[in-house]
Design a protein around this ligand. Structure first.
Ligand SMILES: [Zn+2]
Length: 270
């Protein structure tokens, strides 16, 4: 094989792997940011659950204060009732007492509702807290993995960079220039030619060019996409099965019939 062609094939492999690694290195901080965002959501859920419990407590305390206020009013009305002059005044006071008692009862109902709600709010906090802890552990693990992966990728990239430089230094300048141009435009610069076609753009090559490609001794480019073409004998389709085999199979089907026909004759002679 042409030495430049061999190096170019290798160079393209190196370039592809390098760009894959570069993309991976770039994507890792994004992945970490995404998982940290998820962690922030869990933190917010815990804060929300805590705020709910706090507001529950505040509401209960307010209701208890309200109850105290109503109880004081009732005490005041009752003490006033002993000094009223008329029945109407007395009835009015008793009406006030009754109203305050109803208010107390409403407050007590609300407190009970809040106590019931508190149970589920505390349960929700417990769940959110546990999820946050799990998530925080996962995030640390993922971050550590991302750090390790980045370091590994960067080490591999350094190795590829050296290999790339070595390969490029051995390739003819104009060929290398062509490779770089096609690589920039098409993200791949080398293509296998099979069945007289460029396997990247699937355009046929001329018979004369095909013969040249098959030798792998020249740098041949695809007229359509510009990629440098090479030939891999391993991709050559297997030769079609000879027609003889088919005839043989047919003969095998016929043979038993011939035997069975012959058999009665054989027995009749005995
Ligand atoms: Zn092509």
């Amino acid at each position: 094989m042409n030495a430049d062609l061999e190096r170019l094939i290798e160079l393209e492999k190196v370039d592809r792997e390098a760009s894959r690694l570069t993309e991976e290195v770039a994507s890792l901080p994004k992945r970490v940011a995404a998982i940290e965002e998820k962690l922030a959501e869990h933190k917010a859920a815990v804060e929300k659950a805590k705020a709910q419990i706090k507001s529950n407590e505040t509401n209960r305390r307010q209701l208890e204060t309200d109850i105290k206020g109503f109880q004081e009013k009732i005490a005041k009305y009752r003490s006033q009732s002993s000094s009223v002059k008329t029945n109407d005044e007395y009835r009015a006071l008793m009406h006030e007492v009754e109203f305050a008692e109803k208010q107390i009862s409403t407050c007590e109902d609300k407190i009970l509702e809040l106590m019931v709600a508190l149970e589920s709010e505390e349960k929700a906090l417990k769940i959110a807290d546990a999820e946050l802890k799990t998530e925080a552990t996962d995030v640390e693990k993922e971050k550590a993995e991302a750090r390790v992966r980045t370091a590994e990728d960067e080490k591999l990239l350094a190795g590829l960079k050296a290999k790339r430089a070595e390969l490029r230094s051995g390739i003819n300048d104009s060929t290398l220039g062509h490779y770089d141009r096609v690589m920039r435009q098409r993200k791949s610069a080398i293509a296998e030619a099979r069945d007289q076609k460029c396997m990247a753009c699937f355009v046929m090559v001329r018979p004369q060019t095909w013969q040249e490609i098959r030798t792998n001794e020249q740098i041949v480019t695809c007229n359509s996409c510009g990629r440098i073409l090479y030939y891999d004998p391993a991709s050559e389709p297997a030769a079609p099965e000879p027609a003889k085999k088919k005839n043989k199979a047919r003969a095998a089907e016929v043979e038993p019939e011939a035997e069975t026909e012959a058999a009665p004759e054989a027995t009749s002679t005995q």
